[in-house]
Design a protein around this ligand. Structure first.
Ligand SMILES: Cc1cc2nc3c(=O)[nH]c(=O)nc-3n(C[C@H](O)[C@H](O)[C@H](O)COP(=O)(O)OP(=O)(O)OC[C@H]3O[C@@H](n4cnc5c(N)ncnc54)[C@H](O)[C@@H]3O)c2cc1C
Length: 409
């Protein structure tokens, strides 16, 4: 039986970030991960299909964790502009970093790059032990600690167990935490695209009646990663149609904004489901990232939200531990739970509102969204607020926004 203070189920971006953030706090940490990273990153590799728009708040956390420089050295694409428009009307809004005195609005980064940087960092930390390939087989919730049996036969005890094991979280289910979920009835089609014209570091998104299409700029000026949210049947058709036809449909849907678009990768589709766990904490348990919530990718905020769960919990666990409190007592996890449930609920509600407003061709809705986008573009004071939200600056816990370890972004 090995004894830890915090055992984390899931060594994805979120679970690893928590482990790295607790280093040096005096807590002993373990990560249990089913699938360790397989291939070391090489700049010669093709771009992976799964990428994330990482906002300024997440950048700040990753810098605090000591992995940002490594991520930059692997492969990232900073973007200086964002542009959103509605194909069916005059509505359009755009954001520009320079106009706001910023060097960039965010970065598009392959998920594998972030995970690899965090994994290597976690491996090097003396307070962190990684069990892999391994998974949770059983957990018994004792009064003073949890007793964990792993699939590799190891047995662990821990004062706090963290569910960072993704959308289908075994821990969430094992702890009988109810889940509210709704099927967006869309699949996201992801692929890498070569564009005729350079993207110029602008992330673009078009709403087009029954779908949402984003072109996210990659490090090559003519490459973009697309996320195309479509009704299930259309997504499957787009996935399976001949590449030439796909290219035509894609270019037309994107209003030829970057000229002709050409598919240069395989196509993958991912079902889109909104999820919100009834509790983000329980006796000796906390849920983080996709294990606690999943949202529509239209605003590219899923892992940003998860990383802010991590930031909040790092602050709380360090404070509780310094005060000599039992970090696994539900009573003490209440503040973390309240704050993060609030942030996730606001984000989920926002995405739902957007989805409904931009879904379909009802003339009243078309008018409303055209007017809405134009007002947001032209009325003073609105764009800076929207930008702060997109950059995650309203969601930073105090300790991180005041952290003197890193430059202000
Ligand atoms: C199409 C699409 C586009 C997106 N774009 C963006 C974006 O631009 N910006 C953004 O912020 N977010 C985006 N997201 C959301 C983002 O991808 C997720 O929020 C993020 O990957 C969740 O990370 P996680 O670490 O919580 O979970 P996961 O990445 O799912 O990691 C969970 C880990 O747990 C492991 N695991 C699972 N079960 C067990 C077990 N029982 N025992 C041990 N280990 C286990 C898994 O192997 C995995 O490594 C997007 C999502 C989609 C679908």
């Amino acid at each position: 039986m090995q004894s830890f203070d915090v055992v984390i189920a899931g060594g994805g971006m979120v679970g690893l970030a928590l482990a790295c953030g607790l280093q040096g706090s005096g807590l002993r940490i373990a990560i249990v991960e089913e699938h360790p990273p397989t291939e070391a990153f090489s700049a010669n590799n093709e771009h992976a299909l799964r990428v994330s728009a990482i906002n300024a708040a997440s950048e700040r956390l990753l810098a605090y964790l000591g992995v940002w420089q490594h991520i930059l050295e692997m492969r990232v694409s900073p973007y200086q502009g964002m542009e959103v428009w509605d194909q069916d009307n005059f509505g359009r809004i755009q954001f520009n970093a320079a106009e706001n005195g910023l060097t960039h609005l965010g970065h598009i980064i392959e998920n594998d790059v972030i995970r690899q940087a965090l994994w290597q960092r976690a491996e090097s930390l003396p307070d962190v032990t990684i069990f892999t390939p391994s998974s949770f087989k059983n957990v018994a919730w004792g009064e003073n600690e949890a007793f964990i049996t792993l699939s590799d036969g190891n047995m662990l005890t821990s004062r706090l167990v963290i569910g960072a094991d993704g959308a289908h979280s075994w821990l969430r289910q094992h702890a009988d935490i109810p889940l509210t979920f709704w099927d967006y009835e869309h699949h996201a089609l992801v692929a890498t695209i070569r564009t005729e014209e350079p993207h110029e570091g602008v992330a673009r998104q078009v709403f087009h009646g029954d779908g949402i299409l984003a072109f996210l700029p990659l490090s090559d000026p003519h490459l973009c990663s697309i996320v195309w949210s479509l009704p299930v049947e259309s997504a499957q058709q787009c996935k399976n149609m001949p590449a030439e036809l796909f290219n035509q449909q894609l270019s037309a849907t994107f209003d030829m904004r970057l000229g002709h678009s050409e598919l240069i990768s395989s196509r993958q589709t991912i079902p889109l489901v909104g999820r919100y766990a009834r509790n983000f904490a329980a006796h000796r348990l906390a849920l983080l990232g996709d294990a606690a919530h999943t949202i529509h990718p239209l605003a590219g905020q899923g892992v940003n939200l998860g990383l802010m769960d991590v930031a909040e919990l790092i602050g709380e666990l360090k404070r509780l531990h310094r005060q000599g409190k039992d970090i696994g007592q539900y009573l003490y996890l209440g503040r973390f739970e309240r704050r993060r449930k609030h942030s996730a609920a606001v984000m989920l509600a926002g995405m739902q509102g957007f989805r409904q407003l931009f879904d379909g061709n009802n003339p009243a809705k078309r008018l409303l969204r055209g007017v809405g986008l134009s007002l947001a573009e032209h009325l003073p004071g609105i764009k800076p607020q929207l930008l702060r939200h997109a950059m995650g600056l309203n969601d930073l816990p105090d300790w991180l926004s005041q952290s003197s370890l890193i430059e202000k972004i």
